[in-house]
Ligand binder design. Structure first.
Ligand SMILES: [Zn+2]
Length: 388
């Protein structure tokens, strides 16, 4: 069954052009330019009246949404993913917080099964247990520890090849060996929740780390006599920076600075917890209590930020409208760049023939109107979605 989207304003990392997209099955069959390429016939034809079409968003880092948490099993993962798909996220990495090892192994098995059956599930992101206690953010300290060969072996076994990412504090004893071991297993290694200085960060990148988990948050900032891990990451072309653009985690002026300092190397992530797409109130993040007020999540009774309530369409709006990031650069940070981090940029993240039919239709205010994920047209109301 083919679908033609005509009178579209196509926007991806290469910029904006007017034209059409032909979807056939789970692929983009063809792309054409207005006034140059005649639109082909199709079983279904939709006139978009000039609305923007981008590739589907790819979230490298999220914990849940719609009241559901990724740590709580397959049902809650499915419910949270439906919320994020309604906001344009068509491929999600499932982040797991630090928990007892048995629980993490069970979660990894669940994610591995889902990833084998649901094309919108990329794999798991282990945010822990190898994090710095002093930079733990919203991770329970009793479950954090130094990397050891046995734990690494158990995690890799439970992940069954579906661990796509891990966050490690590279200053911990044994951490550089852990970076090498996970990288050799095909896992994208990020540094984060870390006290690392510039030299330790550089050593981690040389050992195979290619990502920084929510840059600026839970790590030393940039000081002119002590540049720290962020300056090391800006300086290394091999490294991509996750950025949480919710207007709270990082100031809009610093968001601008990151896009200028690391062109083509920014990935906009949500780090969303269960309250994303939901209401203010009391939630759980792993074993910890979280209060959400005015859309800002804090560990209960503290001023520690506990994830976000962000969706990726909101990140796009904030980047373009509030932080004045170039629209193609902002879309790149939601699409082609995270695809490249995952080694999937020849399949995902571009509007081109042969790419996955992951598409988002946005109105003039960057609000999501329609979503296709792996060729499936999805209702924007998550309650109506039945993906699997
Ligand atoms: Zn996180």
């Amino acid at each position: 069954m083919s679908t033609l989207l005509r009178n579209a304003s196509l926007l991806d990392a290469d910029g904006r052009r007017e034209g059409w997209v032909l979807i056939d099955g789970d692929r983009i069959a063809a792309i054409g330019l207005a006034g140059v390429d005649a639109p082909p016939p199709a079983a279904t034809v939709l006139d978009l009246h000039g609305r923007t079409v981008t590739p589907g968003f790819i979230d490298l880092h999220g914990h849940g949404g719609g009241g559901a948490a990724f740590d709580n099993g397959a049902e809650e993962i499915a419910a949270a993913l439906a919320v994020h798909r309604a906001h344009g996220t068509t491929r999600s990495v499932i982040s797991l917080v630090a928990n007892p090892l048995d629980d993490v192994e069970a979660s990894l098995s669940t994610v591995a099964e889902l990833a084998a059956s649901d094309p919108t599930v990329v794999g798991a992101h282990l945010e822990g247990p190898f994090l710095a206690i002093g930079r733990r953010g919203a991770h329970a300290p009793e479950f954090l520890h130094e990397p050891d060969a046995e734990t690494i072996g158990r995690l890799l076994a439970a992940g069954a090849g579906r661990i796509s990412q891990i966050t490690i504090a590279p200053e911990l004893p044994g951490a550089l060996e852990a970076v090498r071991r996970f990288a050799a297993a095909g896992v994208v290694v990020a540094i984060g929740h870390t006290e690392a200085d510039e030299h330790v960060a550089r050593a981690a990148f040389d050992a195979g780390a290619t990502l920084v988990t929510h840059v600026f948050n839970t790590m030393p900032g940039i000081h002119h006599r002590d540049p720290g891990p962020i300056a090391a990451a800006f300086d290394d072309e091999r490294v991509t920076l996750e950025l949480v653009v919710d207007g709270v985690h990082v100031h809009p002026s610093v968001v601008q600075m990151v896009f200028r300092a690391a062109p083509h190397r920014v990935a906009l992530v949500t780090d969303a917890m269960a309250a994303a797409g939901g209401a203010d109130g009391h939630y759980r993040l792993g074993s910890l209590n979280v209060d959400v007020r005015g859309g800002i999540a804090h560990l209960a009774g503290t001023s520690t930020i506990a994830g976000s309530t962000l969706t990726q369409d909101a990140a796009l709006r904030t980047a373009v409208v509030v932080a004045a990031v170039d629209e193609a650069a902002a879309v790149e940070a939601l699409t082609r760049t995270p695809a490249r981090v995952l080694g999937r940029d020849s399949e995902w993240g571009s509007l081109a023939a042969g790419y996955a039919a992951d598409l988002v239709v946005l109105d003039a205010d960057w609000r999501v109107e329609r979503v296709w994920a792996a060729g499936r047209a999805l209702p924007v109301d998550p309650a109506e979605q039945t993906f699997r």
